[in-house]
Design a protein around this ligand. Structure first.
Ligand code: FES
Ligand code: FE2
Length: 420
């Protein structure tokens, strides 16, 4: 018996390893308006929320505007001339107009289009046309752009919509911070971005990307033979770890996978490559360094395909053999969410690399579409449930852990309590 077969025999072992119960879990959080409002208040107004990579703000003056779906907030995120990354409400302190209409750009100052109040990119109010006609009670010092708490960790920019966050980002990330520390985020400056508004609760969508049980069925034609095999026909996880309120799972990869000779494009893309994985974007020295990080294939399994690191509440950082990509799920209402996937790709040095990258994007994109097109049916069924509960198996441990955290945050009086 091989080592990996031995791992697959431990029924319930991952879930018990997380210290979780194996009971059915409620479906109401996936469609209830009341629960959506509770999540907004207790999670999205208290947790640190990932908004962008620092590479989107490469130099002083760079800015991006991000819609914080579900909250009504639009964040203007700048690389200030003081050198730090800071988010503001994109709302003019005069009468509330949007200050910046562009979604990204470069500016040392911002000028509101309505009556032309002007602000430094550090937020201070600089100029007010016909200032003399205002009143002495107006103190310009208090009329700068309103700040949103902002912290950056290894290039990941987070905001917190609480006026005074109870904990800093490092404490919030907890064990995930050390676990993921030092990863070489290759191609972080060069994302390929896809977005969609989905007819599903944000958790229904997120859950579809943190379990492997569906792979042999939903993805039978695309990755059914790379993420499952005769050794592991149901694509059971090869590992999973809680990281405080966050978590990581590792998916199976079939080392016996052989390219179908009729799959001409795939065969062409893999010519000269040692690894045959269709999700390997490159096999360069940097890719080898990337893979050497202890959080990438943490069990050093020869049956590994990829890891999914889920940062609470709604960010997935996925790492594969040569690169990383992210998924993010913003609640819009209880039955709708905004989805964004970003594949990060180094500039290709050869035509072969470029071809392989395109193949990677198309293949993973195809797999993502299979997941997305299934979501409406999941959501409809959830709302139509006769039992009100779901029964999760061991390879769905990340869903159980994620929902457990969501439930805990909606009940916890303080963030410290939610993190405990
Ligand atoms: S609303 Fe911005 S200057 Fe008046
Ligand atoms: Fe999937």
């Amino acid at each position: 018996m091989t080592a990996v077969e031995h791992k697959f025999t431990g029924r319930g072992s991952l879930t018990e390893g997380f210290g979780l119960s194996t009971e059915p879990l409620p479906l109401k959080p996936y469609y209830s308006r009341e629960f959506f409002e509770l999540e907004q208040k207790m999670i999205f107004r208290r947790a640190w929320l990932y908004v962008c990579r620092a590479e989107e703000l490469p130099e002083p003056g760079s800015f991006v505007v991000k819609t914080i779906h579900g909250t009504g907030v639009e964040a203007l995120i700048t690389h200030t001339k003081a050198g730090r990354i800071q988010a503001y409400y994109n709302s003019c302190p005069h009468r509330g107009s949007i200050v910046v209409k562009e979604s990204a750009g470069k500016a040392s100052r911002f000028s509101c289009p309505y009556h032309r109040w002007t602000f430094e990119n550090t937020g201070e109010l600089l100029g007010v046309p016909d200032e003399e006609n205002f009143f002495q009670s107006m103190d310009k010092k208090n009329c700068g752009l309103a700040k949103i708490a902002t912290e950056v960790w290894e290039g990941w920019v987070f905001i917190n919509l609480s006026p005074e966050p109870e904990v800093g980002l490092k404490e919030y990330l907890g064990p995930a911070k050390d676990y993921l520390s030092g990863i070489l985020y290759r191609g972080a400056h060069n994302p390929v971005v896809y977005t969609a508004v989905l007819d599903s609760n944000w958790k229904t969508a997120s859950d579809a990307f943190i379990e492997s049980y569906h792979i042999p069925h939903i993805h039978k034609k695309t990755i059914g033979t790379t993420f499952a095999s005769r050794l592991n026909p149901y694509s059971r996880l090869i590992g999973a770890r809680p990281l405080g309120i966050h978590r990581t799972i590792s998916l199976f990869g079939n080392p016996e996978y052989a390219i179908d000779p009729d799959a001409r494009v795939e065969a062409l893309g893999s010519m000269g490559q040692e690894g045959k994985s269709v999700i390997a974007a490159d096999v360069s020295e940097d890719a080898v360094r990337f893979r050497a990080h202890p959080a990438i294939n943490p069990d050093r399994s020869e049956h590994w395909s990829m890891d999914i690191n889920q940062i609470f509440p709604h960010l997935h950082i996925d790492t594969g053999p040569g690169s990383f990509w992210t998924h993010q799920f913003w609640p819009i209402d209880e039955k709708t969410c905004f989805y964004e996937v970003r594949f990060y790709i180094e500039e290709a040095r050869t035509i072969q690399e470029r071809f392989l990258q395109e193949l990677f994007i198309c293949r993973v994109g195809e797999v993502v579409l299979e997941d997305l097109s299934n979501l409406q049916f999941t959501q409809r069924g959830i709302e139509n449930s006769g039992t009100g509960v779901m029964h999760l198996q061991d390879s769905e441990v990340a869903i159980r852990h994620a929902l457990t955290q969501v439930l805990k945050w909606t009940r916890a009086q303080t963030v410290k309590e939610a993190l405990a």
